[in-house]
Design a protein around this ligand. Structure first.
Ligand code: IVH
Length: 725
């Protein structure tokens, strides 16, 4: 593909959100900000602990509030600092709580994180011989349940690990958490640890209901779980489908087990909710498989997962390994790349698409999410911006789950400082200044009605018509389309085939600085000669050559290039085949069009509407006058040897390109299909054919090489039945 002018890559992706695979380096000042942040966060954490622990508060309310505000300001400047460890992000900071503090009998520990295979190997070596219990890391809220003689006495949030909040009344409403342990040998004292979560599917329903009721949606299932658990009215908690899964044990008296897995079995027998997903594994390879498997199926689980937790199974081995000040040495979290991060929404801009639709998109401070850097995300329409409640200047939650496109989820309202401003949808097209309006009353989308020469729309149409499914003008890509318009060389696509070397010499993109000998002997310069010390670049020359070639493209490509709504290559081929020329298509009645195989009413109407617009017809006339072939030559020698047959071509054939093979099938009345089924009549197999060839064999469909294909094209299926001579 040629350098700057080429097409064929996902231009949309580049325009709306740029992604690269490199991680942005720390900017200047970030280290200092990080240092200040750590200091403030630690100070505030300690103050919260003191407060919760019913010690004398270490900070006056005023000082506490000031420090919180400074921390928030830092996080606004550097949103990546606003991690879940921040006191600004902790559920219910100490200043606002209605839930009594509870001191856990044993501290709730944290986990050390690893992210690579090397770290995993090193950790496994340090941890001994195994076996290891692997389980998913649930992105929820840690909870501690204290059972005395088998009865749920107190349920408390994690808090700072030592002191949490009493949420017993609410926890009693959660399905699946027993108030009384079932069965025998119930211990006198038992602290059960686990995670409370909001199932993803139910979360989506809840948010839709909140929005419908005019309330703010939750940013993610984790926040929804926290919000649902910290309700003053247990009836509200009861109405939310919270669930719990246990993942550990704290203080116990009378628990007769010797391993983590033994604990889970015993817990399950008592009626506690144990995950069905845990496995006890003996080797590193098996653990790596477990991690890879859930990495791939992260979204097939009912709750959000942010990693896998690996624990030494045997309790005596756990005791030998012990713990550091914050985390056990016998367990570790293998974390997946985050799918949700915070970043600053710098601006909301709008993009005008091929059909004039005006789409707002967010421009953000670049952040890495799910392994790639993101700085733009579509916001779809003004209604969507309102629904999400985001303001320009907000710190926002940005999500990119797996391979899907990035999405701005919600603002972090707690981090607002009053400088944020509301987005207003423009009233006039940012590209051409025309007043915007919905196409029909009640449409959510608004459009620029200047479809003929709005530069944004025209650029999209040029880019599309030059694409591989259209005229296939390789030297006219996204950049090239922009360059021709910027120089005012086209008012619409009608002038495309009239472009001259002289025109292209006015663009930066299609020229280069002339060499000395070209300036002195202009006849040695490329076509068009020397102009202001510049000559055509090879891409410029190529564009002229491409345009010449494009004039002879088959009719279906011309039809695609017209940008008629709903008319892609398939419908265009059907129209070309049935009518043979653009004049005939234009003259056809609605019924004639609609009854064409592969066309139908919607497309027929769209074609009719298109030809009703004067400037559309003018494009056709202008192209025809410039020499674009507007009819397929009917080759009398081409007989319809493949009438009624479906042929699949797979792999590379020695002397047919993919398009040529397809053309050859279609022009003989056959159907070219992309997939092999029992209805396939012939499968043509070239070099490096893969699964389709295998499938053809499995289904017993006749397989042809290029020679066989030629025979089929020339003489039809009967010729193949006879032994070749
Ligand atoms: S074990 C002593 N197992 O992750 C071991 N924790 O980042 C401590 N979490 O505070 C926890 N799923 O709230 C463990 N399967 C799992 C978990 C899990 C989620 C949470 C837990 C912990 C935090 C540490």
């Amino acid at each position: 593909m040629s350098g700057s002018g080429g097409h064929g890559t996902g231009r949309d992706m580049c325009q709306h959100w740029r992604m690269t695979d490199e991680v942005t380096g720390a900017e200047n000042g970030l280290d200092e900000a990080r240092r200040q942040w750590s200091e403030l966060n630690e100070m505030l954490s300690k103050a919260q602990q003191a407060y919760y622990g019913a010690d004398a508060p270490t900070m006056a309310d005023q000082a506490y509030d000031d420090a919180i505000r400074r921390l928030q300001a830092l996080e606004r400047q550097h949103p990546e600092l606003a991690s879940p460890d921040s006191v600004t992000q902790k559920v219910g900071s100490a200043t606002v709580t209605d839930f009594a503090p509870v001191t856990h009998r044993q501290r709730l520990l944290s986990l050390d994180n690893i992210t690579t295979q090397e770290e995993l190997a090193a950790w496994l070596r340090r941890s001994g011989e195994g076996p290891w219990l692997c389980e998913v890391k649930i992105d929820g809220l840690a909870i501690n349940l204290l059972y005395l003689d088998g009865r749920l006495e107190v349920a408390a949030t994690r808090g700072d690990g030592r002191v949490g909040e009493n949420v017993t009344h609410n926890v009693r409403t959660i399905d699946g958490i027993p108030n009384t342990l079932q069965g025998d040998n119930v211990p006198a004292v038992l602290e059960v640890r686990g995670e409370i979560f909001f199932p993803v599917a139910a979360f989506e329903e809840l948010n839709a209901a909140l929005v419908a009721a005019g309330k703010a949606p939750f940013a993610n299932p984790r926040n929804a779980a926290a919000g649902s658990l910290r309700q003053k009215d247990p009836a509200v908690t009861a109405s939310r489908p919270l669930q719990m899964i246990v993942h550990g044990v704290g203080e116990r008296d009378g628990l007769d087990v010797t391993s983590q897995s033994g604990t889970y079995e015993q817990f399950a027998a008592w009626g506690l909710p144990v995950s069905p997903l845990y496995k006890v594994l003996e080797t590193r390879a098996a653990i790596e498989d477990y991690i890879a498997d859930f990495g791939e199926h992260r979204h097939d689980v009912a709750h959000e997962i942010d990693g896998v937790v690996i624990k030494v199974d045997d309790f005596s081995a756990q005791a030998r390994l012990g713990m550091t000040s914050r985390a056990p040495r016998w367990a570790v979290a293998f974390k997946y790349p985050p799918e949700e991060v915070n970043t600053k929404l710098l601006d909301i801009r709008v993009n005008v698409g091929r059909t004039g639709r005006v789409t707002p998109y967010g421009v953000m401070e670049p952040v890495v999410v799910s392994g790639s850097t993101v700085e733009m995300a579509t916001l779809h329409n003004a209604h969507e911006v309102k629904r999400k409640g985001v303001l320009i200047g907000d710190v926002v939650v940005l999500r990119k789950a797996g391979e899907v496109i990035p999405e701005i989820v919600a603002p972090v309202v707690a981090l607002r400082d009053g400088t944020e401003r509301e987005f207003a949808m423009p009233t006039h097209c940012p590209s051409c200044g025309t007043e915007l309006r919905p196409q029909k009353e009640g449409d959510k989308d608004i459009r620029c009605p200047n479809s003929r020469s709005c530069p944004s729309q025209l650029r999209e149409r040029l880019f599309a018509l030059a694409g591989r499914g259209g005229f296939d003008i390789e030297a006219l890509g996204w950049e090239g389309s922009g360059a021709l318009l910027a120089e005012g060389l086209l008012v619409d696509e009608g002038g495309l085939f009239e472009l001259t070397a002289d025109d292209l010499l006015r663009t930066e993109l299609y020229t280069r600085g002339a060499k000395k000998q070209e300036i002195e002997n202009p006849e040695k310069a490329p076509v068009g000669g020397v102009r202001d010390g510049r000559v055509l670049s090879s891409t410029g020359e190529k564009l002229l050559a491409n345009l010449e070639q494009a004039k002879n493209q088959p009719l279906w490509r011309v039809i695609v290039a017209l940008s008629i709504r709903h008319v892609g290559p398939t419908a265009a081929r059907a129209l070309a085949q049935r009518f043979g020329s653009l004049d005939a298509i234009r003259a056809a009645s609605l019924e004639d069009l609609a009854f064409t195989d592969g066309v139908g009413h919607v497309i027929a109407e769209s074609v009719k509407d298109w030809f009703d617009v004067d400037w559309h017809v003018a494009i056709v006339d202008q192209w025809a006058a410039a020499g674009v072939r507007m009819a397929d030559e009917v080759d009398e020698s081409t007989t319809r040897t493949l009438e009624g047959l479906t042929v699949v071509v797979t792999g590379t054939l020695p002397s047919f390109s993919r398009d040529e093979a397809k053309e050859a099938i279609l022009s003989r009345g056959g159907k070219a299909s992309g997939s092999v089924s029992k209805n396939t009549d012939f499968v043509v197999v070239g070099e490096n054919a893969g699964a389709k060839a295998e499938k053809a064999e499995q289904l017993g469909r006749p397989i042809l090489d290029e020679d066989g294909f030629r025979k089929l094209l020339a003489d039809g299926p009967d010729a193949l039945a006879k032994p070749s001579t």
